[in-house]
Design a protein around this ligand. Sequence first.
Ligand SMILES: C[S@@+](CC[C@H](N)C(=O)[O-])C[C@H]1O[C@@H](n2cnc3c(N)ncnc32)[C@H](O)[C@@H]1O
Length: 249
Amino acid sequence: MATTDGQGLGDRMKTRVKRAIESVVCRIDPAYVSYRARRDWNHAARHMPREVTATFDARDWETYWESGRRQVRDLLDLARRAGPLGTGLAVEVGCGLGRLTRPLAGHFERVVGVDIAGEMLKIARRDAAAPNITYELLKTGERLPVDDGAADFVLAWTVFRHVPRSTFANYLDEARRVLRPAGSLLFEAQVRESDPRPEPPPCDSFSEREYSPAELRACCSAHGFRAAAEQFGPSVTPGTQTLIVVWRR
Ligand SMILES: C[S@@+](CC[C@H](N)C(=O)[O-])C[C@H]1O[C@@H](n2cnc3c(N)ncnc32)[C@H](O)[C@@H]1O
């Protein structure tokens, strides 16, 4: 029997069972979460690289790269308003195609862009290269390839909203480890004032994770940061906002 979406009942059952098994595997083995994320983002990089990395600035490449330059100017302004910002090393987590990494290279002596998806980095190395940028593949999505206390600035733009809370927590610890004292972490999250949507399954690589502003503020001190700036902005998901934060070590 065919259902309204054209999928047979048997196929639907198979999909449900597959999802349920995957969900259990993800809970048992965190490495599977990274495997799934890598597979999904690699696929997206092959088929719609601009759309998945900058949905609203994906019209053409010129618009895409220009959006990165504009955004880096705005984000660095915000970071500097929150306190002095060193110009040595910047680390971008989830750098994608290097849309923001390349403009960052104009403001820092050295930039390390890391991503879980090799297909993203292939494009970044080809189209967003600069002598002071290194692009590195994160093998497990666990540890940043940067020495303790070496970085002045860590940026993660539209990355943490797509990862499970456990991965987010790991990256906060990693950001703290690689930042020098008084270094800055800047990221954005999708927030809902009350009753954030339940956490999607860990192997769902794209659905947005939601936080309450209070939960994020609690994360800040729990991971050894001091909140230095917050900026609320619009979000396409009804009832939510985008919250940009600058936390200092
Ligand atoms: C929406 S894109 C944003 C790319 C880039 N920050 C930008 O604004 O142009 C999200 C990026 O995060 C990467 N990503 C997803 N999960 C990740 C993880 N666990 N660790 C590191 N990068 C991840 C994806 O491969 C993708 O390149």
